[in-house]
Design a protein around this ligand. Structure first.
Ligand code: CTP
Length: 373
């Protein structure tokens, strides 16, 4: 079988394995609709079709297709952009459009266009392929994306691509790392000349967040640093790796927001965290006192800086509570005010350090401490 026939055979098989496309075909009723972008690329890479997010471009009224489809979660914009849940798959719909950039880094002006023009506005050749969802599975690949993918090459469609949208430089790091692609030399030259400073901080932060949301973000961040896009100190790669691993396993999974922790790990840690790593709290209550003021992200960063004692804190000590509360002390005659706090603190120390779990004994400890001046 020729390479092309083989590709189209694979596309057809993958498309048959996506139940959402049957519904879409029905709703489109003859309107030309194409699967585009990452889904086509990932089908060519033989990724499991059930894991794909579907980006569809409509040559025509995308809003009408969304209406016919139902299940639309979000719709709006002049190009009928809509997000729908179809047969359990997320589907992004948009009318074919061209984009022009009034100035570097600005958001584009958009107007209706053909599929070819829509593909030509895109970032990389591997993302600029399409397949019609009805009729024969035919790869539409005007920029040579399939060949680049086969050669593991990341290439922009035109020399102005990074000028139009400098955040594409960060996207390049994400794709290169995730898909194991090398920058084509001219693309690399253009990328290294890219200035992220013309882009709003929000948009840069958005692309950085997409990088750290990848399952293994270290490589992409190292590439972004190597290409001069982000600052990265000597320990940053290791910190990223360690935070990724830490938040993936108990007792740390869920302790801190993964994205926030990874973004914070990009920065050189403050001296305070190194001090926590060097600390050797003698008693559980000493550990609690040191750790309690830390935010969830700081806890994770201090742990990867070497504060192993935080494992016990997270697992056990930070949730340790008392059988008594301030009302019990007041009912026993302690005046409202700082004495109540002193009493409860002493009881908590007794609970943490000496295992005093019994309510009466906790109350005794608390009352004694509250009475002491
Ligand atoms: N795109 C672009 N320039 C950008 C952002 C997006 O050209 N700055 C195009 C790309 O062709 C991309 C498509 O829009 O394939 C969809 O963008 P996005 O949803 O951000 O990409 P994803 O498909 O989510 O990325 P992934 O490939 O990780 O799935």
């Amino acid at each position: 079988m020729s390479k092309r026939a083989d590709t189209e055979e694979r596309l057809a098989a993958a498309l048959r394995a996506i139940p959402a496309l049957d519904r879409l075909r029905e709703a489109a009723g003859g309107m030309p609709v194409y699967l585009v972008g990452g889904a086509v690329r990932d089908v060519l890479l033989e990724r499991d079709p059930s894991e794909l997010e579907l980006d569809l471009v409509v040559e025509g009224d995308a809003g009408a297709l969304a209406a016919a489809l139902g299940g639309v979660e979000h719709a709006g914009g002049r190009f009928g952009t809509a997000i729908a849940e179809v047969e359990g798959t997320r589907v992004d719909l948009a009318g074919a459009r061209r984009e022009t950039y009034a100035e570097p880094g600005a958001l584009p002006d958009v107007s209706p266009a053909t599929l070819d023009e829509d593909l030509a506005r895109r970032d990389f050749t591997v993302n600029a392929m399409a397949v019609p969802i009805a009729g024969e599975a035919r790869l539409i690949d005007p920029h040579g994306g399939a060949a680049d993918l086969a050669e593991r090459r990341l290439r922009v469609l035109h020399p102005g691509s990074f000028v139009d949208d400098p955040t594409r430089a960060l996207r390049a790091a994400r794709y290169a790392a995730r898909l194991g692609l090398q920058l084509e030399p001219e693309t690399e030259r253009l990328l290294r000349a890219t200035e992220l400073s013309t882009v709003s901080a929000d948009r840069v932060a958005g692309e950085l967040a997409r990088i750290v949301d990848e399952p293994a973000p270290r490589r992409a961040l190292e590439l972004a640093a190597e290409w001069g896009l982000i600052d990265f100190d000597d320990g940053a790669g290791e910190r990223i790796e360690q935070v990724t691993a830490l938040l993936d396993r108990p007792p740390w999974s869920g302790v801190a927001d993964r994205r926030a922790a990874l973004l914070a790990a990009l920065e050189t840690p403050p001296a305070r965290l190194a001090e926590l790593a060097a600390a050797r709290p003698r008693r559980p209550s000493d550990a609690v006192e040191l750790a309690r003021p830390l935010s969830a992200v700081e806890l994770a960063l201090a742990r990867v800086a070497g504060a192993e004692w935080l494992d016990r804190y997270v697992e056990e000590w930070r949730d340790t509570g008392l059988e008594i509360d301030g009302d019990d002390l007041i009912a026993a005659g302690v005046p409202e005010g700082p004495a109540v706090g002193r009493g409860l603190e002493a009881a908590l120390r007794a609970r943490l350090d000496d295992g005093i779990a019994d309510r009466e004994r906790q109350l005794d400890v608390a009352l004694a401490a509250a009475a002491a001046s």
